[in-house]
Design a protein around this ligand. Structure first.
Ligand code: SF4
Length: 360
């Protein structure tokens, strides 16, 4: 086992973590099984040539059955038994269909990624792998987190700290899902608590990740580490595949989302995806406080989280903003936060009644 940060030791017994992520804690402690293994134990009847609409209907109709199968494995503790044709296989097939007319994110470019066409994110057919390592800087309950950085992103935040990865979709090493599966097993063997899919953003490589886990039998929790701008179709495919959603909630209104990240319709997509994540998995929300954006963003974001997901939602209120890449194009983003802004954001969280902040 890797040496972990002092605050990561014992964190799985922390009441806030147990309350927000009870199943994840049990998966890490080997009392329950990762969702991707249970998926593969759910029988699905479909033909590879069925119309796409029929495949989606079959997929969605199996969601209830998945929940029953998960409950039964959670109770018995037995190892999930892989079936010949599973719900998981159906997810991979639907992801493959989406690659032909890409609608992984809200931009909905409609390009044929299988034929090498590229859309807004400039992501190609394969993964563009930048790095894969046990990350010690994530939330303490995730550490050590087997984090995989892939190229390409569905939005264009002008202050992006990883712009060299996010904005150059094919700048890393081209890696197939089969090779990525070897990376996943290697990270699990190194004692990582989970497999953390990040970028850029994992959204443009949703199918590639699904295809990867077809080759992974290792019992490791999955973490979807995203900007929350993915489509409804992706949200449906992630249900029953992802154990922990690690989602950014970036903006409190569409004007800021469009002006800073070129993400039209962000509020609707982001809130919808948070509700889906809350329903189908466990959730940690990251809120990066931006200078000059407490009133327009921090306040409505934290209020929405409290009102729609509950006061005990696990929230990481982040204060490490620094101007990077093109941030100086906007005067208010050309500086770090003041101590007054940090105190104000903390006060907003307390005033709206959020009770489960990640301690930083
Ligand atoms: S993932 Fe990329 S190609 Fe697909 S819809 Fe989004 S921006 Fe367009």
């Amino acid at each position: 086992m890797w040496l972990t940060r002092p605050d990561a030791r014992g964190i799985l017994g922390d009441p806030g973590v147990v309350r927000a992520l009870p199943r994840y804690v049990d998966v890490v402690r080997k009392k329950k099984h990762a969702k991707h293994l249970i998926d593969k134990a759910v029988e699905a009847e479909f033909g590879r040539r069925d119309p796409v609409e029929t495949l989606w209907e079959t997929h969605d109709s199996l969601l209830t059955e998945y929940k029953d199968v998960q409950d039964s494995y959670d109770t018995s503790g037995k190892k999930p038994k892989k079936v010949k044709t599973s719900w998981y296989d159906l997810k991979v097939l639907l992801g493959h269909h989406l690659m032909k007319e890409c609608r992984f994110c809200e931009h909905g470019c409609g390009v044929n990624r299988l034929r090498g066409e590229k859309g807004y994110c400039r992501t190609g057919r394969n993964f563009s792998l930048h790095s894969a390592f046990p990350h010690m800087g994530e939330e303490p309950e995730l550490v050590p987190s087997g984090t995989v950085f892939t190229g390409g992103c569905s939005i264009r935040c002008i202050h992006c700290q990883n712009w060299d990865i996010s904005q150059w979709g094919s700048s890393g090493a081209s890696v197939t899902p089969e090779l990525m599966a070897v990376q996943v097993k290697d990270l699990a063997d190194k004692g990582c608590r989970n497999l953390n899919m990040v970028g850029g953003d994992p959204t443009p490589v949703t199918w590639q990740w699904l295809e990867t886990f077809r080759h992974v039998d290792t019992d490791i929790a999955t973490v979807w580490n995203s900007n929350s701008y993915y489509s409804m179709e992706v949200s449906r495919l992630l249900a029953g595949f992802i154990d922990v959603y690690l989602l950014d909630f970036k903006y409190g209104n569409d004007e800021c989302a469009e002006g800073i990240s070129d993400a039209p319709g962000y509020w609707e997509a982001c809130t919808r995806n948070h509700l889906m994540a809350h329903e189908h998995g466990e959730l940690i929300i990251r809120v990066l406080v931006l200078p000059g954006h407490n009133e327009c963003c921090t306040q409505p974001i934290l209020q929405w989280i409290h009102d729609n997901l509950g006061p005990c939602t696990r929230v990481n209120l982040m204060f490490q903003y620094r101007p990077e890449w093109r941030a100086r194009e906007r005067p208010e983003l050309s500086r770090r936060l003041t101590s007054e802004e940090i105190e104000e954001a903390r006060k907003i969280a307390a005033d709206v009644g959020l009770k489960n902040l990640v301690r930083g």
